[in-house]
Design a protein around this ligand. Structure first.
Ligand code: NDP
Length: 280
C-alpha cells in the first residue's frame, strides 16, 4: 500500500511556485475578506496568508466586524474587483447570519474568483471547458495525476454531494473520462456502490464511515473528511481497517488538506498569467 503524502507534494509545489513567481517577476496580491470571528476560519485564513507569503504572494486581509451588513461586503468586493493591484479575491466561508454567502461570492469577477464559486466558473466546469475550479477539487485531481492514477474509464464513487467538494469533483472527474457515482446521506446501501469502485473519494465529515467491508482489494482511497474521533483527528475512512486492502490511500491529516492551500496559489498564478495575456 502506498500512502499518498500530500504534505510532501505540497512542499514540492510550493518550491516550484516560488521559483516561477520570482523568475517571472509575477506581482500577485490576494485579497481575503473575513467577516466575523469564527475560530476555524481564523486558522484557515492564517494558513492561507502563511503559505502565500512563503512563495512571494502579497495578501491584503480585510477583517470585518460580525455586524457588517451584506451591502458593505458587496461594496468591498466591487471595490476590489476594479482594483488593478488585486489579482484574486477570497470571501472566507462561513459568513455571519444575515449575509448571503452565495450572493456575495457571485459578485467577485470570474477572473478574480480564486475559489471557483462564481456562476461563470461553475458553468465552465459544467460544460467541460474548465477555467478556475474549486481548490479542493483541483488538489485531489493533482494528487491523482501526480501518482499516475488512471482516471479514464475508472469507476469512481464520491461520497458527499456538497457544492464545494462532491458535486464539482464529480464534474471535474467526468470531464477527465471517469465514470462517477455521487452518493450522499440518502443513498441506500452505500456499500453496494463503494465495493465495486476503483477509486473511493469520501467527503462527508463523518468519522470512519468507510471500512474494509465496503471496499474491494487494491482500491484507491482519497479521504477529504476532517473529523475528530474521541478527540483525535481522523478522516472519513477507518484508515487502520482499510489500509490492507488499499493500493493508494491518503492520510488525515497530511493528504488532501495540504493540497487545497497549494491550489489557491496555483489558481492565483493562473489568474496572473491570464491577466498578462489579456493585457497583451
Ligand atoms: P457538507 O456537510 O456540506 O456535505 C457533506 C456531504 O456528505 C453531504 O452531501 C451529505 O449528504 C453527505 N453525508 C453525510 N453523512 C453521510 C453518510 N452517513 N453517508 C453518506 N453521505 C453522507 O460537507 P463539505 O463537503 O463541506 O465537507 C465534507 C468534509 O470534508 C468535512 O469533514 C470537511 O471538513 C472536509 N473538507 C476538507 C477539505 C480539505 O481541504 N481537506 C476542504 C473542504 C471540506 P446530504 O447531501 O444528503 O446531506
Amino acid at each position: 500500500m502506498i500512502i499518498i503524502d500530500g504534505k510532501k507534494y505540497r512542499d514540492e509545489l510550493l518550491e516550484k511556485y516560488e521559483k516561477e513567481i520570482k523568475e517571472n517577476g509575477l506581482d500577485i496580491t490576494l485579497a481575503i475578506i473575513l467577516v466575523g470571528s469564527n475560530d476555524a476560519s481564523k486558522i484557515y485564513v492564517r494558513n492561507k496568508i502563511k503559505f502565500c507569503e512563503k512563495v512571494g504572494i502579497k495578501v491584503n486581509l480585510y477583517s470585518l466586524d460580525e455586524n457588517t451588513s451584506e451591502n458593505e461586503v458587496i461594496k468591498l468586493i466591487e471595490k476590489l474587483n476594479t482594483d488593478e493591484t488585486i489579482t484574486g479575491i477570497i470571501l472566507q466561508s462561513p459568513v455571519p447570519n444575515g449575509i448571503n454567502f452565495d450572493k456575495c461570492a457571485n459578485i467577485i469577477l470570474p477572473n478574480k474568483d480564486v475559489d471557483g464559486f462564481t456562476s461563470e466558473n461553475v458553468k465552465a466546469l459544467y460544460s467541460g471547458s474548465e477555467k478556475i475550479i474549486p481548490c479542493t477539487v483541483k488538489g485531489i485531481i493533482k494528487l491523482l495525476e501526480h501518482n499516475e492514477i488512471n482516471l479514464k474509464g475508472a469507476r469512481i464513487v464520491i461520497v458527499g454531494r456538497s457544492e464545494i467538494v462532491g458535486k464539482p469533483l464529480a464534474l471535474a472527474l467526468t470531464n477527465r473520462d471517469a465514470t462517477c457515482t455521487l452518493c450522499h446521506s440518502k443513498t441506500e446501501n452505500l456499500k453496494d456502490f463503494t465495493k465495486d469502485a476503483d477509486i473511493v473519494i469520501s467527503a462527508t465529515g463523518k468519522a470512519k464511515i468507510i471500512n474494509s467491508d465496503m471496499v474491494k482489494n487494491d482500491f484507491i482511497g482519497i479521504d477529504v473528511g476532517i473529523n475528530r474521533d474521541n478527540g483525535v483527528l481522523c478522516g472519513d475512512f477507518d484508515f487502520e481497517d482499510v489500509k490492507e486492502k488499499a493500493k493508494f490511500l491518503t492520510p488525515v491529516p497530511g493528504g488532501v488538506g495540504p493540497m487545497t492551500i497549494a491550489m489557491i496559489i496555483d489558481n492565483l498564478i493562473y489568474m496572473k498569467r491570464n491577466e498578462e495575456v489579456n493585457n497583451g
